[in-house]
Design a protein around this ligand. Structure first.
Ligand SMILES: [Mn+2]
Length: 329
């Protein structure tokens, strides 16, 4: 990371900070933090996204912190020569729409699926993108105000499921840095109102449909749900004592949207999701958490009993992964 190079690159340009589609608290907190950081160095930016902000709790977070994020439909004047910094996302990933501007920089914490050359790239594998953004404040000695520290800390907490998921020493270090400044009461209050009544229907259906094969839990939801909710349910299923890897999927555009969680050191959720959905959709992610999708055509190609086929595909890949793990031991 070389924050001065980033500032020099963006100075004098029209700059957009683009999150992944359907931005979650980590994406929004990271974009907001970057905006405050860049403003302190004389660079004005616009935060933008495609898709919707789905969860009430995320909408509330935006209000609480005063984050201004503009939907692509309201951005008619973006030009090809304008600069884009992708935040919590990388160009060419399936979860980010290609906007007209030029993706000159990337700040992200996900493994790269499709490599792309940015003029400035800061991709560090850690629990939350907000941890990386916090590091910009620390390294450059820009004043970290309470609102920004609180937003970033909330992003870290949400993306790491309170330091239980994908967390690294670096996230903990940044937690210490943010915690000194943040309004911790505000974080607790936001954190404890994450669930909406409608979410319970999705939980209900997942619980009714759950199938356990060995140490793997599968659950299907027959209606469209926000990504964040599918992820929460996947975490919930992982909480079962007998489940070490959970695969939760919900109907989306004629196919399915997947969320996969892993608590072992044997499997890699990203690899498993990618392999299991190859040819019928796509996916990827971290060792502990991954997302994926299956297209309508992919689903139709699975024939009469698609749910059985989905479980079969995952179990086959999981068996291969276990075999490779045992070989390495
Ligand atoms: Mn993130």
């Amino acid at each position: 990371m070389n924050w001065m190079r980033l500032v020099e690159l963006l100075k004098g340009q029209k700059v957009y900070l683009q999150t992944h589609n359907y931005p979650d608290p980590d994406a929004l907190a990271s974009a907001y933090g970057m905006q405050v950081f860049l403003r302190a160095h004389g660079v004005e930016t616009t935060i933008c996204y495609a898709g919707n902000i789905e969860k009430n709790s995320t909408k509330r977070m935006i209000e609480e912190f005063g984050i201004e994020a503009v939907h692509i439909d309201e951005l008619k004047d973006m030009k090809e020569s304008d600069y884009i910094v992708t935040i919590d996302a990388q160009k060419h990933n399936s979860n980010i729409t290609d906007f007209p501007g030029d993706e000159v920089a990337c700040i992200d914490h996900h493994p790269t699926i499709v490599p792309y050359f940015y003029q400035y790239s800061d991709i560090r594998i850690c629990g939350a993108c907000a941890s990386i953004v916090a590091d910009y404040f620390r390294q450059s000695d820009v004043n970290l105000d309470v609102n920004t520290a609180t937003a970033l800390l909330y992003g870290v907490k949400m993306d790491t499921d309170s330091f239980n998921r994908g967390v690294t020493d670096f996230d903990i270090e940044m937690f210490g840095y943010l915690h000194k400044v943040a309004n911790n009461y505000k974080i607790t209050s936001l954190y404890n109102s994450n669930m909406e009544i409608e979410d319970l229907y999705a939980y209900g259906e997942a619980i009714r449909n759950i199938k356990i094969y060995d140490n793997v839990g599968f659950a299907r939801i027959s209606f469209d749900c926000p990504d964040a909710l599918i992820a929460m349910i996947s975490d919930f299923i992982l909480g079962l004592d007998v489940v070490e890897l959970s695969v939760v999927y919900a109907t989306r555009s004629g196919g399915y949207k997947f969320s996969v969680r892993n608590e072992t050191d044997i499997y890699h959720a990203g690899t498993i999701t990618q392999k299991a959905l190859q040819g019928i959709g796509g996916g990827g992610g971290h060792f502990s958490m991954a997302g994926g999708f299956m297209t309508k055509d992919g689903l139709e190609s699975l024939g009469e009993n698609p749910n059985f086929m989905i479980r079969q595909r995952f179990m086959d890949v999981i068996a291969q992964e276990l075999e490779e793990y045992n070989k390495r031991q």
